[in-house]
Design a protein around this ligand. Structure first.
Ligand code: HEC
Length: 90
């Protein structure tokens, strides 16, 4: 019984990690495949490319109308998790 509980605790982070990380679900509202208006799609692009762009938005080195402000709310780890998620969304 104790062993089962310990295994459940160990598995919990894996279960949580299976869904989109915090913030990642909000992106599809503007970047989804069906969205028009010239906003580039992000799904399936290499994680390293996405992460580099998102960090550049956050530090202001990449010009933006809103992505710069949006990215200010995320830590490095969160940005990397979002980039990894969109590289192969599930
Ligand atoms: C409210 C609409 C909106 C939301 C929500 C949004 N974006 Fe954006 N995104 C834009 C716009 C508009 C641009 C163009 C840059 C700008 O003007 O800010 C952009 C640009 C980008 C780019 C650069 C694409 C390229 O090839 O130039 C990436 C990558 C990106 N967004 C990722 C994301 C991620 C990841 C999220 C979720 C955390 C997200 N965006 C949420 C509107 C949005």
């Amino acid at each position: 019984m104790r062993v089962a509980a310990a295994l459940l605790l160990l598995a919990a982070p894996l279960l949580v990690a299976a869904g989109p990380p915090p913030g990642a679900s909000a992106c599809s509202g503007c970047h989804g495949a069906a969205v028009a208006g010239g906003i580039p799609p992000i799904a399936g692009r290499p994680a390293a490319d996405l992460a580099a762009i998102l960090h550049a938005f956050r530090d202001g080195s990449r010009k933006a109308t809103l992505m710069d402000r949006l990215m200010k709310g995320f830590s490095d780890a969160e940005i990397n998790a979002i980039a990894a998620y969109w590289a192969s969304p599930s």
